[in-house]
Design a protein around this ligand. Structure first.
Ligand code: AHR
Length: 325
């Protein structure tokens, strides 16, 4: 009898200890009511980059890690993001994470989140807002630096030699488009040999990238280089070139952004010449920010992630497979 009572006592002590997270506590999925609820308004599913970004958020903010993530896909429409944020406020989420489509017109809805006392973390692209107190912090890429990196490579390869450039832009008004376009514009201004023969938005999608380049080729427009503001538009452009009997990488050089795994393989096979990394793995970064906030700490207001770039020289299968996307 004594032994039974002792065992029961020990078991009860163990439960108390694990509930307090004491020594030897076993990590078990938390009760639904203990989870931190995060509403994530995602831009869409327009690219490999975006899908890797969504997966990174879902993995980091999982129930096993103590989170319930409510994901809303805005299909690249700002109105849908505004509706999603209002829904998150109505549901009383603990945090809102916003990956903004475009930079402008967030003041009203973020004011509503602030009034409801919900911290807002911005990821990936930037927002243009008068009162920066309407969001807690931002983490993402330096898109202008990405554009400058591409132009520096173009300068190193072509100098001021005649170069007819086709420019496939991303979603107009998004930071990714603005920064990468500004980088190219600065390059064009500094090289009178470079000529912009075509510029249009392919909305960051493969289908639009292909459509634009096909139409251009049908018109008979000649060009030497495609500056594609993301990998998926570059894949579409490559398909269009091949359909027209042209050799991507030989007849037409391709410069792209994102450095997702498929694109890096296209560097190895010679189809893409240069790719500037845009890092989508924001999930663990957002989780670290929320952990800081939960402890009452203040994360840095703005954090730029480190990024690199790739060309054939120095790239290998090992490097590609060691990357997370
Ligand atoms: O904001 C990041 C950009 O958005 C990526 O370059 C692009 O692929 C995505 O759609």
């Amino acid at each position: 009898m004594k032994k039974v009572i002792l065992t029961a006592l020990l078991a009860a002590l163990c439960i108390v200890f694990s509930a307090c997270g004491g020594p030897g506590a076993v990590s078990t999925p938390k009760d639904e009511k203990d989870l931190i609820v995060v509403g994530f308004s995602q831009v869409g599913a327009e690219s490999d980059w975006r899908n890797a970004n969504t997966l990174s958020m879902q993995t980091a903010l999982s129930p096993e890690n103590g989170y319930r993530l409510i994901l809303d896909d805005a299909q690249q429409k700002q109105e849908k993001q505004i509706t999603a944020i209002r829904n998150f406020i109505n549901q009383g989420v603990d945090y809102i994470v916003l990956a903004p489509t475009t930079e402008r017109s967030w003041d009203t809805v973020l004011g509503e989140a602030k009034a409801a006392g919900i911290p807002v973390i911005i990821v990936d692209r930037m927002i243009e807002i008068e009162d920066t107190g309407l969001f807690t912090c931002w983490i993402g890429s330096d898109f202008r630096r990405e554009g400058d990196t591409a132009v520096t490579w173009m300068d190193s390869r072509f100098g001021n030699a005649p170069l007819r450039i086709v420019h496939l832009q991303g979603n107009i008004g998004s930071t990714a488009q603005i920064g990468r376009t500004d980088g190219l514009d600065a390059g064009l201004a500094a090289h009178d040999g470079w000529q912009l023969v075509f510029r249009s938005s392919g909305d960051f999608t493969q289908a639009k990238g292909q459509e634009l380049v096909e139409a251009l080729l049908e018109e008979g427009q000649g060009f030497d280089l495609i500056y594609s503001e993301n990998d998926n538009m570059a894949y579409g452009a490559i398909d269009a070139l091949k359909k027209a009997g042209l050799r991507p990488g030989e007849d037409v050089k391709i410069v792209s952004f994102d450095a997702s795994s498929t694109a890096l393989h296209m560097i190895l096979n010679g189809e893409i010449s240069f790719d500037v990394e845009c890092n989508p793995l924001h999930g663990p970064r957002v989780r670290a920010i929320i952990e800081q906030l939960e402890k009452g700490e203040t994360p840095p207001k703005f954090t730029y992630v480190e990024e690199t770039s790739f060309e054939k020289e120095g790239l290998s299968e090992e490097i590609i497979s060691a990357r997370g996307y």
